[in-house]
Design a protein around this ligand. Sequence first.
Ligand code: S3P
Length: 168
Amino acid sequence: MGIPSEQNIVLTGFMGVGKTTVGRALAALLQRRFVDTDAVIVERATKSIPAIFRENGEAAFRAMERSISLELAGQTKLVIATGGGLVIDPVNRQALQETGFLVCLDAPPQLIEARLAHSAERPLAGNWHERYDARRTAYAELPVHVDVSDKSPQNIAQEIIALWQHSM
Ligand code: S3P
C-alpha cells in the first residue's frame, strides 16, 4: 500500500446510489483527479454502455471493467467512481483495496427504484431487484459504508473524508 494520503478513494455501491455525483464532489474537495470507470469504458469502446451490453455482451463489459480496475489500482491520488457491478468481481475488489480506501454507498430500495425509473443508460435497470438480491452479501462484506439517504453529495463527500482520515 502507498502512504495513506496518496491512497485512491474508491466508491462502490448499487446502481443509483450516487457514486458519480458524490465522486465529483469528493474530488473537488480534495483537489484530486476524478475517474468514472463507466465513462472510461464508454470512451474506450466508443459506444454507450447499453450498446456494449447489446452488441458485445455483459462478459465483454466485465472484461473491460477488469482491465480498468487493474490499471487504476496501479495509480495514486485518484477519486474513482466504479460501476455498481465492478467490485463484485473479487479480483477487482482486491486490486482496488490494495491501493485504495474503498467506500460502499448504501441507499434503501425505494430510493434506488426512484432513481432507476427513468434510466436509459443502464441496461440492468429493468430487473434490478434480482441483481440487488444477488449482490447484497458481497456489498455487506465491504468494511466501510455510508448511507446516502437524506444527505447532499457535499455532506456525503465530507463524511467519506472523515472516515478516510480516521482510517489512517
Ligand atoms: C452496472 C452498473 C452501471 C454500469 C453498468 C452495469 C451494474 O453503473 O456499470 O450498467 O452491474 O451494477 P452505475 O452503478 O453507475 O449505474
